[in-house]
Write a protein that binds this ligand. Structure first.
Ligand SMILES: [Zn+2]
Ligand SMILES: [Zn+2]
Length: 322
């Protein structure tokens, strides 16, 4: 009798490897989930991909038909030649799997290296996001100690609290800042406030994009910030928030502000900021006061978004519709 090898290239039979997961069993860790998602892509099971994608993922879509179609077409155009696991780390409710997917598309080598992030909600693992590099490039992926922090999502009361002052810059604060920067970068964010990672303290980090420059801007750390002297002139741009995934809306804010804060070295700084810096500072500073960008929307626009916000809150906190 011939057994069918699992498409996740474990060397095991499909029935003894990924099939139970595709049939509804919960993978007990993120590595098993990663493998079973790889084999679901290979076998073209879009429903499995959808049901194991975190509702906070940038890939999550409310348009199921379109999402299914795009997964199916990827599956059909691709030969899944091999899977190499480079690294797997799990801590509490977050995990990272780094792997090389050897794939062919139209007979061309389209292999890629990915660092995937996973988050556990109510005991079940979900894929959240991934950083991708073309080709087989394990040496270009930084595989240090995993420092990702779980995010607080819309509906979590911590996002509505006024955060406490940071009394002293301790080693714990410095470590938190390092973890926040890694989390912000992993999620492709340009700013992240401490309450968004479950710490109700007056602290945020920012990596403002540099106009016309590719790559990352410089990280700045703001402790106990005070924003003042907003310009009369306002600038409207579409904003998003890592705690309110998949929702973007135009927000008008003063184009310039003054900020006073303590930096990570304990130095008191006072600066006049404009453009993206002013925008991000105002958005993140709001988080320290329990304010979210959606609070600025017109009643009409807010009403339009309300069903989406409700269903996201339910998906993340009650597990319905997942
Ligand atoms: Zn498998
Ligand atoms: Zn935000």
């Amino acid at each position: 009798m011939k057994v069918k090898n699992c498409p996740c290239h474990s060397g095991k039979a499909y029935v003894a490897c990924c099939k139970p997961f595709h049939n509804g069993e919960n993978p007990s860790n993120a590595l098993l989930l990663m493998r079973s998602r790889f084999s679901a892509f290979a076998l073209c099971i879009p429903d499995y991909i959808i049901h194991t994608t975190h509702p906070g993922s940038p890939e999550y879509s409310n348009d199921r038909t379109k999402w299914k179609r795009s997964i199916s077409s990827f599956s059909q155009e691709t030969n899944f030649e091999g899977l190499e696991i480079i690294d797997f780390q799990e801590r509490g409710n977050v995990a990272v799997v780094t792997f090389i997917a050897h794939i062919l598309q139209k007979k061309r080598d389209e292999s890629f290296t990915e660092k995937s992030f996973f988050e556990k909600i109510r005991g079940k693992w979900y894929y959240r996001s991934g950083q991708l590099l073309k080709g087989s490039a394990p040496n270009l992926m930084t595989i240090g100690q995993m420092r990702l922090l779980p995010l607080a999502y819309y509906g979590n009361p911590i996002l509505r609290k006024v955060a406490d002052t940071v009394p002293e810059i301790t080693d714990a604060v410095r470590k938190l800042v390092g973890d926040m920067i890694e989390t912000m970068d992993a999620c492709d964010g340009i700013g992240l406030a401490a309450p968004q990672v479950h710490h109700s303290i007056q602290l945020f980090v920012m990596r403002a994009p540099i106009e016309n420059v590719k790559g990352l801007g410089v990280v700045k750390v703001f402790i106990n910030p005070k924003v003042s002297e907003p310009s009369v002139e306002k600038w409207t741009v579409s904003e998003g928030c890592l705690s309110i995934p998949a929702i973007h809306a135009d927000v008008a804010r003063p184009s310039e502000i003054t900020i006073e804060y303590t930096n990570l070295d304990g130095k008191h700084v006072k600066e006049r900021c404009s453009d993206w810096e002013a925008r991000i500072i105002q958005h993140e500073n709001d988080h320290l006061n329990g304010v979210l960008f959606i609070d600025y929307l017109s009643e009409e626009k807010r009403g339009e978004l309300e069903p989406l916000l409700k269903s996201m809150d339910k998906r993340i906190h009650d597990g319905t519709e997942l």
